[in-house]
Design a protein around this ligand. Sequence first.
Ligand SMILES: [Zn+2]
Length: 311
Amino acid sequence: MWYKLLSIVTNSQSKAIKDIVLNKVEHEINNRVSKKVAVVVKDQEHDSVHVIDNINQNQTEKLSIKQILSEIIAGIIIEVYEDTLVMRILNGQKYEILNTLDKEFVLKKVKHYIDMQKNYNFGFQNNLDCDRYLMVKSKLFEYMKNADRLLIEGFINFRLKEYIKELENYINIAVEELFLEQRNNEFIGLLRYFVHIQTAKEDTVHIICNSRSNYSDYRLFNSMKKDITEKYFEYFFADSLSLDIDNDDMLISALITISPKKIIFHKFNDNGENTSINTEALEIIKQVFENRVYFCESCKFCDRISFDCMF
Ligand SMILES: [Zn+2]
């Protein structure tokens, strides 16, 4: 004697999702549950998969099949529905300010955070070991214990509020990051505009950076290898203490004032070691000056003039 243990139903709007879900459920149950214990009947017409088990099985055996089913469905919710859920939240009123590209950016970021959390917290190899999977799985099992029908979308909407809340938290962080990036791009655009409309005060600026832990000391030279640091830093030197402006900001401001056609960063420092400019400042300079930025390869430029006493 066989009887229906559970029907798994999808009423997704997307035919593609329906097909994936029904095929995955059927395939995985067949893989994981012996046909002697349970039979799977796919009912495409009703968007369902019926799991039929032997009526003679005891309660523990029935629960163990439901345990496996909850693992399978939890995996499907995470793998098949998660992107759609994120997009559904993003299409809500709260995020109507975002355009399609913004939403794609946020979705990508959310997936990135989820991956980071997975790697950081667990070091597990796949999606199915993360805590939201465990959360979904246990809710499913709780529900399935006393149910003979599971409508996946209904279950997600009404019983996975905690899981959806977690996705919302990721979305909020990603939207913050999007706004920050947009503000940064606006700022870079403005600086690029300044540089574009100004006449170059020097054709080339050679930059030598002498870094001491968090502090970078910059020296600027023109194409004649003449030290022009004071000339362009002068204004800031006078006010730097009261303005709380650091050397990286001064360098960026000086370069924008000069708007050179070519900026060359040299590896040289007074100890003969390679030094590097503050990464954040360099990133801004590269974005503003784009293909005007170069890095010296051998630093023989520096050999032609003695910098010994310049720092
Ligand atoms: Zn050099």
